[in-house]
Every structure is written in structure tokens, then in C-alpha cells.
Design a protein around this ligand. Structure first.
Ligand code: PMP
Length: 431
């Protein structure tokens, strides 16, 4: 590993013109110490930084690059679209085709609206739920992250926990009062909240597999319990599948767990690396969206032709290659098995949560089922582990409270390298 002098220099410069030197907080490496690496290019499993260092990438742009970086199928689609103009602000054939594709893949979606980020998708989805039900309150779960919309920056996960601002200043009391929170995997707590706010809850929104407090899977009966409660109380159930959509299966977590929400939000993979989000759901709900209905939502660049081309190439590939998910399952399972062996060898017993190609190691012996148990993790130890891995050319998410994403570009040989680096880094981090 070479000195990170060019990255360090850029980070210093960046402080003068960008808040904290980055355009999204977790990138600043605050929780793990040291300076972020500034990237120049990426191909397949690797990232390359300003100092010529190569890293095996386990973030993959926080999820989108499921086929690895610069996947030809996506790049070609983008290159083909570019000469026809970067934007029209008018409808295109591609938007019809991608909508039909999404409807065919995601069980809950009968109609879909494209937006430009996961944040826009979730903000819009709760607006629809509120407009449709005529109710104001929403229930979210502690440690879940749904982007940076005001309503969601209450007990928020991801960078909000990492930077210590789960309840952000700048969110009005009125907005905060309309967001009720419950512990993840705790159906009883949700029942109590609904009972105490009878007839006032518009939506329950959650990550059906939580990836923003580290990876936490739903316990048996949790998703179905929420489905039953929402049916009984006329509440709109929203699965935020920005991370899990097209990652865990072509139809996301809802396909795997067999529970169908009323609405779903999508992002990341749906844009193949371009800035895209989407929200969709039952026809009756989506027909509330302008201009079909009264709930307003719009976007100058929504349905952008380049972004749609990238997304469509990605989704078509995943739909036509279901074996992708078996490959990702095998690769990730062997990475985790290797880590478990390493821990056994070193007499350690930390918790690893995994589903499909998403996983997290928590530096705690407790089972991690919600935000409280996630917080038992030794974050200082995580920081040392992160830096040991980075020095060995493995690029992990720079926070305990994030999931890792594996791409199809990770070969068996790279799995072995990863397991070896994990062994050495676990050893080093204990010191
Ligand atoms: N929902 C979830 C589940 C997410 O993980 C994220 C981002 N990590 C978002 C919403 C927000 O998406 P974006 O960053 O594209 O606004």
C-alpha cells in the first residue's frame, strides 16, 4: 500500500469548499479515523485511488454495483444513449419499458414513479400514504435509515448514527411529533403505538431487511405481523427496498419473505450506478399521484434517459440471469464461513449477520436483532479492524452501522485473499 499523500492533500483542500470535505457524511471516515481515499476509477471488484492504490471493494457504491464496477452491459447501454441527448424533460419509450420491467419484477408494484434518489422515493411514498389515508403520523424503526427527508431523521441509522445525529437539528418539532418510532423486530411495541394513536397512523415504513444499523434481518413473523396489523387498521405498509431491491432477489426482500407491502421504495441497483430512485405500489395508491391524482410530486430530471438506460440494462440482466443470486449467495457464504473459522482459530466470538450478498460483522457477542443490540458493538475495535483491512487493500464501509455488499466480480481467489486479510486484521485489531 502506497502513502495516501494525494488523497490527504485533496481532503485538506476539500475542507475549504465542501462541508466536512465530502458530499455525503460517512465518506469522511470520521468514525474510523484517518482520511478518506479519493477514487479515480474502478473496474470489476477493484477501486483505484489518487495514489495508485488498488482496493477490493465491498461497498460497491453502497449497493448499486452488484455486477462489479464498469460492468459492460450497463456501460454500453449508457454510451448508446448519450448521443441522443442527456435529457428531454418529456416522456420517452424507455420510461414505459422500465416501468413495465419493474412491475414485472417487484411483487407489490402495480404502478411506479421514477425519481432521482432513495430519499425522494421515501419522502414521496409517505406523502402518498398521508394523502390517501388522510392521516398524519408515520411509524418507523430505530436504526432504520430512509434517506434524509425531515420525517425520517428521527432515530435514524446509517451516517446519522455514525455522526451522532440520529435526531437532526433543523427538523421542526411538528414534523418530529408525527414520526413515531419502535424497536426493530418488536411487534408488541408497534401494536402499542398503533393502539395509542388509533386512526392517526398513515404508514408503517421499514427496511424489510435492515442494512443501516449494520445488517439486521427480520425475525420470524415480524413482517407478516406488520402486514396483518396494517390490514386491520387501514395503515399503508411501506417496504423501503432501496438497499434490498434487486439485491436479495429480483423481487427484493418481499419476494424472499413472501410478505407483500402496499408500497415499495427503490434506489441504488435500479439506476445501475446513476442517480435513480422509484416508488410504487398498489394501483389505488399510485393513482393518487399527480397528474392522475391530487398528491403532488415532480422532477425536472426524473426518468432521465441516460439513467433509465443504465437501470434498464442492469434490471434486464438480473431478470435474465437468476443464477446471479446463487453465485452471490455462494461467494458471500464462503466469505462469512472463512471469517467464522478465523474467529474460531483466534478464540473470538463476534456476531456476523448475513443474508444473500449483504453482511456485517458486529464486534459484540450479543445476538444483534435491533438498534439496542447493534450498539453493544465495540466501535473503537471496529475502527482498528477497518484500518487494518484498508491497509491490506480491502475497502469496507467506514462505519460499524453499515452493511457490506458483495458483487459478482468477487472470484474464489479474492474470497481467499479477503479471508486471509480478515484473519490478520482481526489479530491486529485486538492488540
Ligand atoms: N433508504 C434506504 C434503505 C437506504 O439505505 C438509503 C441510502 N443508503 C436511502 C433510503 C436513501 O437513498 P439515497 O441515498 O439515494 O437518497
Amino acid at each position: 500500500m502506497k502513502e495516501a499523500s494525494n488523497s490527504n492533500e485533496l481532503f485538506k483542500r476539500a475542507q475549504h469548499s465542501i462541508p466536512g470535505g465530502v458530499n455525503s457524511p460517512v465518506r469522511a471516515f470520521r468514525a474510523v479515523g484517518g482520511n478518506p481515499r479519493f477514487m479515480v476509477s474502478a473496474k470489476g471488484p477493484y477501486l483505484y485511488d489518487e495514489d495508485g492504490n488498488q482496493y477490493l471493494d465491498l461497498i460497491n457504491s453502497w449497493g448499486p454495483m452488484i455486477l462489479g464496477h464498469a460492468a459492460e452491459v450497463v456501460n454500453e447501454a449508457v454510451q448508446k444513449a448519450i448521443p441522443n441527448s442527456l435529457s428531454f424533460g418529456a416522456p420517452t419509450r424507455k420510461e414505459v419499458e422500465i416501468a413495465e420491467l419493474i412491475v414485472s419484477m417487484v411483487p407489490s408494484i402495480e404502478k411506479v414513479r421514477m425519481v432521482n434518489s432513495g430519499t425522494e422515493a421515501t419522502m414521496s411514498a409517505i406523502r402518498v400514504a398521508r394523502g390517501y389515508t388522510g392521516r398524519d403520523k408515520i411509524i418507523k424503526f430505530e436504526g432504520c435509515y430512509h434517506g434524509h427527508g425531515d420525517s425520517f431523521l428521527i432515530s435514524a441509522g446509517s451516517g446519522a448514527i455514525t455522526l451522532g445525529v440520529p435526531d437532526s437539528p433543523g427538523v421542526t418539532k411538528g414534523t418530529a411529533n408525527d414520526t413515531l418510532t419502535a424497536p426493530y423486530n418488536n411487534l408488541e411495541a408497534v401494536n402499542i403505538l398503533v393502539e395509542a394513536n388509533k386512526g392517526q397512523v398513515a404508514a408503517i415504513i421499514l427496511e424489510p431487511v435492515a442494512g443501516n444499523m449494520g445488517l439486521v434481518t427480520p425475525q420470524q413473523g415480524f413482517l407478516q405481523g406488520l402486514r396483518d396489523l396494517c390490514d386491520k387498521e387501514g395503515i399503508v405498509l411501506i417496504f423501503d427496498e432501496v438497499m434490498t431491491g434487486f439485491r436479495l432477489a429480483p423481487g427484493g426482500a418481499q419476494e424472499i419473505y413472501g410478505v407483500t407491502p402496499d408500497m415499495s421504495t427503490l434506489g441504488k441497483i435500479i439506476g445501475g450506478g446513476m442517480p435513480v430512485g422509484a416508488y410504487g405500489g398498489k394501483r389505488a395508491l399510485m393513482d393518487y399521484v399527480s397528474p392522475a391524482g391530487p398528491v403532488y410530486q415532480a422532477g425536472t430530471l426524473s426518468g432521465n434517459p441516460i439513467a433509465m438506460s443504465a437501470g434498464m440494462a442492469m434490471l434486464n440482466f438480473l431478470k435474465d440471469h437468476p443464477e446471479t443470486y446463487q453465485q452471490l449467495e455462494r461467494t458471500t457464504a464462503s466469505m462469512v464461513a472463512g471469517m467464522q473459522q478465523n474467529m474460531q482459530q483466534l478464540g473470538l466470538s463476534y456476531t456476523i449477520n448475513r443474508i444473500g450478498s449483504m453482511f456485517s460483522i458486529f464486534f459484540t457477542k450479543e445476538q444483534v436483532v435491533d438498534f439496542e443490540t447493534a450498539k453493544t458493538s465495540d466501535t473503537a475495535l471496529f475502527g482498528r479492524y477497518f484500518n487494518s483491512m484498508l491497509n491490506r487493500g480491502i475497502y469496507l464501509a467506514p462505519s460499524q452501522y453499515e452493511a457490506l455488499f458483495v458483487s459478482t466480480a468477487v472470484t474464489e481467489e479474492l474470497v481467499e485473499q479477503y479471508i486471509q486479510a480478515n484473519l490478520e486484521s482481526l489479530k491486529e485489531a485486538q492488540a
